[in-house]
Design a protein around this ligand. Structure first.
Ligand SMILES: [Zn+2]
Length: 202
């Protein structure tokens, strides 16, 4: 059966999203076709604004509102500039902020090293992190990448890169679900992992 182009276009666009196969894409498309106009209009507006109204913090690369060069954490004088918590994704920042137990700053790498997927150091915000550490303001770097193979490899790589800088290098304590994502850890587990962070050894 040939579908009208607008329907096929939306199915194709949705199919490109992670976790959505052609079947789900079709279901969502026909749902929106039959749903009140408001639903598809709200979605279209949210999608349009997603990129145009957001930006990345020029210091830590967390997400910030467009027009704001520096995020709320980086511009808050009460947040300790001497401690940088390195995470993979902006959602990890959100998870750590929810614990209300961390008063330092962040650095978002936007991924983890993965030779299989062809993601190397230059694809992440690693150079920027090394630059921040070089300023001499930093006393501790907490390597809070996910407890997965890629997250561990990234932490190990950063540990190697930063050893000569003389800063204290720590890794979140074990107890986080192995292979899991920081963003899905519950608050008390995350708080415990932060409090029990251990020195990295080469
Ligand atoms: Zn920032």
């Amino acid at each position: 059966m040939l579908l009208p182009t607008p329907i096929q276009d939306l199915i194709n666009a949705l199919s490109r999203l992670p976790g959505i196969g052609p079947k789900t894409a079709s279901r969502l498309t026909f749902f929106m076709l039959n749903a009140p106009d408001e639903i598809s209009q709200d979605l279209a507006k949210a999608l349009r604004n997603l990129k145009s109204e957001t930006a990345y913090c020029q210091i830590c690369f967390n997400i910030t509102a467009a027009g704001r060069e520096i995020c709320e954490v980086c511009s808050n004088p009460d947040r300790d500039a001497g401690v940088i918590c390195v995470v993979e994704e902006p959602l990890d920042v959100l998870a750590l902020e929810r614990t209300q137990g961390y008063k330092g700053r962040y650095h978002v790498l936007h991924g983890a090293l993965s030779p299989i997927e062809g993601i190397g150091p230059d694809d992440l915000k690693i150079r920027e992190l090394l630059g921040r550490v070089k300023t001499g303001q930093v006393q501790e770097v907490i390597l809070a990448t996910n407890p997965s193979m890629e997250g561990d490899a990234t932490a190990m790589y950063l540990n190697k890169q930063l050893t000569s800088s003389g800063v204290r290098l720590t890794r979140l304590a074990r107890g986080l679900p192995v292979g899991g994502d920081l963003e899905y850890a519950d608050q008390s587990t995350l708080l415990g992992a932060l409090a029990g962070r251990q020195e990295m050894n080469l």
